[in-house]
Design a protein around this ligand. Structure first.
Ligand code: ATP
Ligand code: MG
Length: 746
C-alpha cells in the first residue's frame, strides 16, 4: 500500500471513525461482456485492496443486465483475473441477475408511490422532450397515467405482451433538473432476449442506474466505488435509495479517475473488435492490455499490483505511459529470474586454436543479487554469436567483435577475429577466431582489456527455440481507431539457439536472456518438441531512469557485462546521462557521448529540431558511417539538413525507408532533403483517391486470396497491404493503406 493515503481511504477511515459503518464492504462490478484489461486491474486493486486494508469484504459481482452481450466465458475470465492478481471474493460470485426479482419488486413499490410511470412515447419524441442543457424538458403526457394503469402495463411488459421499445418504465423525478440524468431516467426497458443465466424468464431488464444502487444495497455494500463517468449518475443512485427509504446499510457512491495507457486501446468494445477482426490471436494475445494477455506474455501479478499502486488514485483522468508498466515488470524480474544465453540471429564462429570441449560452471545470477544457482555451460570450438555482435566495418564507438577488436564471450574466453568468411552474395556466414587461453572468466591472467562481453551458445548442445518478440500494438500514442494498428507488432524468430540448461534443467519459467530482455515460456504453445518463448520486455526503458530519482543514473558500463570497460570521462558521462534522459537507449547514448565529433553534430541538429530519438538514430548510423571516411568539413550535408530530413520523417512526409534513399542522395549531391524529395517525387502518398485504384488492382489480381480472406482468413490483410506498398515503391502511407484495404475487403 502507498505510504500516503489516497482520497478513498481517507473517506473510508473517516466513515469508520464516525461510526457510519461498522464494517467496510466494497464490490468490483464488471459487466461480463469482454475480458478484463489493465484498467479493470486498477479497479480490482482499489476495491479488493481497500476491503483488505480495513478488514472488510469485497464482492465480485457480474453486472449482467444486458442480455445480448454477455457470456459465461467472460465471467470465467473475470474470475481468473481477480484470482491471478491474488484477491478473494469469498464464497460465491454475485450476479445482478440473481436480484432481478427483488429489483422488480422495488420498481412496483415506486409505481405504487407514484414515483414511477410507464412511458409510451417513441425514442425520438422522448429525446426532444428531455430538453437541453440550457432548456428545461417537458414531461410526457403518459406521466399522467394512474397507478393502476401503470401497474397493469408494467405487469404486461414483464409478461412479454409488448414489442421491444414500445414502453419503458421511468422514474418521476424532475424534467427541469440541471443534471440531465435526473430528467425522469429510464428504470426498465423491454428486451425479448435470452439471458445467459436468467434464461427466458424476463422480457424486461433493469437499467444500470436502477439495478446498480439496489444491488449494492442488497449486498450491504458501504462504499460503491466507480469511475468518473458515473459522476452525474450519483444523483439517481441517491434518489432511488432515498425514495425507497433504504437506509441500513446505506451505500454511497465515490468516483475515481479511469486509467488510460498510451499506445493501446482500453475499452472492451474496441478490444472485441481487435479480437473479432483477427488483428490479434485472441483475448489473451500478449500484445493486448488484457489481464489474460499480460499473463500469457509473462507479466507477474506482483508487477501489475506495483504498477496500480504507483499510479495511485486520483480524481482527474490522465494517460499513463506504458513505459511505467514496463518498468514495473523489469524491476520485478531483475532480481528474481535466472540469466541465460540465447542467440536470436546466429552467426557461426569457429575457434581454430581450441580443441576438445569443456563445461564452464556459471552462475545464473550476477554477484550483486543474493541468489544462488549455477549451470554447466558447454564450450567447444564451434559456437554461435549474435550476428550484429560482429561488424566488419564498424562505426566509431562500436565495442563488440571486429577484425581489429577483441571481445569477451560471457562466462568464457576473450576471442579475436582471424578471418571473415562470406557466401557468394557477400553475406558473412562464419567467423574464424582464436581464443586466448589465459583469459578464462574468473581466472583471467591475460591482462587484455575488452570493451564488451557478448552472449553466445555452443553449437552442438544448443537447442532450437521459437522466440516471439512483441512491439506496441498501435503506432499512435493515442490511437484513433484500429487503422493505427502496428503491422509489425509481432516478430516470430523460428530458429533462435538457446543454451541447453534452459530446456533440460528448466530452472524457471521466466528468464533474462542476457542483453536481450526478459522472456517467458509460452504457457500454451510451449512443448518439449518446440519450445516457445515470449518476450516480456526489453532490458532498458526510459521511464524508470527519468522518474526514479533514487535510482542511480544509468552507467554506460552496465552494458558491458564482465569485460573491462574503458571508463568515461566526466564530460562523456554527463553527456551520456543527458542523452539517456532524452530517451535514447544506452547503446546510442554511449556511441554519441564517447565521440565528440558525433555529439557536437547531434547537438547542432537537436538545436534545430526537438526530436532527440529520431535524430540520434540517423546521426549514429548514417552520419557516423560517413564520418568514418571523411572529416566533418568534408561532408556535403550539414546538421540542419539532417534536422530537415528527420522533420520530414516525423511529420510523415516520407517513410523511414525513403529517408535512407534521400540520405544517400544528400551524401552524393549535397542537395537539401526537401529538394530531393520534391524532385524525385518521394513524398509519402496519403491521399486515399490515389491509393484506392492501386488497391483495386491488387484485389482484382488476387481473387483467391480475396476469397480466403472473406472466408475468415483475416491474416491475409497483411498480404494485401504489402502488395499495395510494393506497387507504390514504398511510398504509400502504410496506415492509410491498412485502413483502406480493410474497408474494401469488408
Ligand atoms: P470498458 O469501457 O472497458 O468496457 P467498463 O467501464 O464498461 O469498461 P465494466 O465492466 O463496467 O467496464 O467495469 C467494471 C469496473 O471497472 C467499473 O467499476 C469500472 O468503473 C472499472 N473500470 C473499467 N475501466 C476502467 C479503467 N480504465 N480504469 C479504472 N477502472 C475501470
Ligand atoms: Mg461498459
Amino acid at each position: 500500500m502507498s505510504e500516503s493515503k489516497d482520497f478513498l481511504r481517507t473517506i473510508v477511515e473517516a466513515d469508520l471513525k464516525s461510526g457510519k459503518y461498522k464494517e467496510i464492504t466494497t464490490r468490483f462490478p464488471p459487466e461480463p461482456n469482454g475480458f478484463p484489461h489493465i484498467g479493470h486491474a486498477k479497479s480490482i486493486c482499489i476495491n479488493f485492496g481497500i476491503a483488505a486494508d480495513y478488514n472488510g469484504h469485497c464482492n465480485l459481482r457480474m453486472d449482467d443486465t444486458n442480455p445480448t452481450k454477455e457470456d459465461t466465458k467472460y465471467v470465467e475470465a473475470l474470475k481468473d483475473a481477480v484470482q491471478w492478481l491474488g484477491f478473494h471474493w469469498g464464497d460465491n460470485v454475485r450476479f445482478t441477475s440473481d436480484y432481478f426479482d427483488q429489483i422488480h419488486d422495488y420498481a412496483i413499490e415506486l409505481i405504487k408511490m407514484g414515483k414511477a410511470y410507464v412511458d409510451s412515447t417513441n425514442e425520438e419524441e422522448m429525446r426532444e422532450l428531455r430538453g437541453t442543457v440550457k432548456e428545461a424538458g417537458k414531461r410526457s403526457k403518459f406521466a399522467e397515467r394512474t397507478i393502476e394503469e401503470n401497474l397493469d402495463l408494467f405487469e404486461r411488459m414483464k409478461n412479454g405482451d409488448f414489442k421491444d421499445g414500445s414502453h419503458v418504465l421511468r422514474a418521476k423525478i424532475d424534467m427541469s433538473a440541471a443534471n440531465m440524468k435526473m430528467r425522469d431516467p429510464l428504470l426498465y426497458r423491454i428486451r425479448h432476449a435470452h439471458h445467459f443465466r436468467a434464461g427466458d424468464k424476463w422480457s424486461i431488464y433493469p437499467m444500470y442506474d436502477f439495478a446498480h444502487c439496489l444491488s449494492d444495497f442488497i449486498e450491504g455494500v458501504s462504499h460503491s466505488i466507480c469511475t468518473l463517468e458515473f459522476e452525474n449518475n450519483r444523483d439517481i443512485y441517491n434518489w432511488v435509495l432515498d425514495t425507497l427509504g433504504l437506509t441500513t446499510v446505506r451505500p454511497f457512491q465515490h468516483e475515481f479517475a479511469r486509467l488510460g495507457i498510451n499506445y493501446t486501446v482500453m475499452s472492451k468494445r474496441k478490444l472485441l473488435e481487435l479480437v473479432e477482426g483477427g488483428q490479434v490471436s485472441g483475448w489473451d494475445d500478449p500484445r493486448l492490455p488484457t489481464i489474460a494477455g499480460y499473463k500469457r506474455r509473462g507479466y507477474t501479478p506482483e508487477s501489475i499490483l506495483t504498477f496500480c499502486d504507483q499510479i495511485g488514485i486520483a480524481k482527474a483522468n490522465s494517460m499513463v505511459d506504458v513505459a511505467q508498466l514496463e518498468f514495473c515488470i523489469r524491476d520485478d524480474l531483475n532480481t528474481k529470474v535466472p540469466r541465460v544465453m540465447c542467440v536470436l540471429d546466429p552467426l557461426k564462429v569457429t575457434i581454430v586454436n581450441y580443441e576438445g570441449s569443456e563445461e564452464l560452471e556459471s552462475s545464473y545470477y550476477p554477484d550483486d543479487i543474493a541468489k544462488d544457482g549455477t549451470r554447466a555451460l558447454p564450450f567447444s570450438k564451434e559456437i554461435y554469436i549474435e550476428r550484429d555482435d560482429f561488424m566488419e566495418n564498424p562505426p566509431k564507438g562500436y565495442f563488440r567483435l571486429t577484425p581489429d577488436q577483441v571481445v569477451r564471450l560471457k562466462h568464457a574466453y576473450i576471442i579475436k577475429c582471424k578471418e571473415v568468411i562470406k557466401d557468394a552474395d557477400g553475406k558473412i556466414i562464419e567467423i574464424k577466431a582464436e581464443y586466448i587461453a589465459e583469459s578464462k572468466s574468473g581466472s583471467d591472467t591475460s591482462g587484455i582489456k575488452v570493451k564488451s562481453a557478448i552472449h553466445w551458445v555452443e553449437a552442438k548442445t544448443a537447442k532450437e527455440v521459437e522466440v516471439r518478440v512483441y512491439d506496441r500494438l498501435f503506432l499512435d500514442e493515442a490511437p484513433e481507431g484500429l487503422e493505427d494498428v502496428n503491422p509489425n507488432s509481432l516478430t516470430i524468430i523460428k530458429n533462435a539457439l538457446i543454451e541447453p540448461a534452459v530446456i533440460t534443467e528448466k530452472p524457471d519459467e521466466r528468464f533474462q536472456f542476457e542483453r536481450q530482455g526478459y522472456f517467458y515460456a509460452d504457457p500454451i504453445d510451449y512443448t518439449d518438441a518446440k519450445p516457445v518463448f515470449n518476450k516480456i520486455v526489453g532490458l532498458k526503458g526510459s521511464w524508470g531512469q527519468k522518474k526514479k530519482p533514487t535510482t542511480e543514473a544509468p552507467k554506460a558500463k552496465k552494458e558491458h557485462i564482465d569485460g573491462e570497460v574503458v571508463a568515461m570521462s566526466e564530460n562523456e558521462q554527463a553527456l551520456f546521462n543527458k542523452y539517456s534522459e532524452l530517451g535514447l537507449n544506452s547503446e546510442v547514448a554511449n556511441t554519441l557521448a564517447r565521440d565528440e565529433q558525433l555529439s557536437s553534430f547531434y547537438e547542432e541538429a537537436l538545436a534545430e529540431l526537438n526530436s532527440p530519438v529520431s535524430l540520434a538514430n540517423i546521426v549514429t548510423n548514417e552520419v557516423a558511417r560517413e564520418l568514418k571516411q571523411m572529416a566533418v568539413h568534408e561532408l556535403k550535408f550539414n546538421a540542419s539538413q539532417i534536422a530537415e530530413l528527420v522533420k520530414m520523417i516525423d511529420d510523415k512526409t516520407i517513410s523511414n525507408k525513403i529517408a535512407k534513399q534521400v540520405f544517400e542522395e544528400m551524401v552524393k549531391s549535397g542537395n537539401a532533403p526537401t529538394k530531393i524529395v520534391k524532385d524525385k517525387g518521394l513524398v509519402q502518398i496519403s491521399d486515399p483517391s490515389v491509393i484506392s485504384p492501386i488497391i483495386d488492382e491488387v484485389i482484382t489480381k488476387n481473387p483467391d486470396n480475396v476469397e480466403k480472406f472473406k472466408a475468415g482468413n483475416t491474416k491475409l490483410l497483411g498480404f494485401f497491404v504489402g502488395q499495395v506498398l510494393k506497387a507504390t515503391g514504398g511510398k504509400a502511407n502504410p496506415q492509410v493503406v491498412n485502413k483502406l484495404v480493410a474497408e474494401k475487403l469488408k
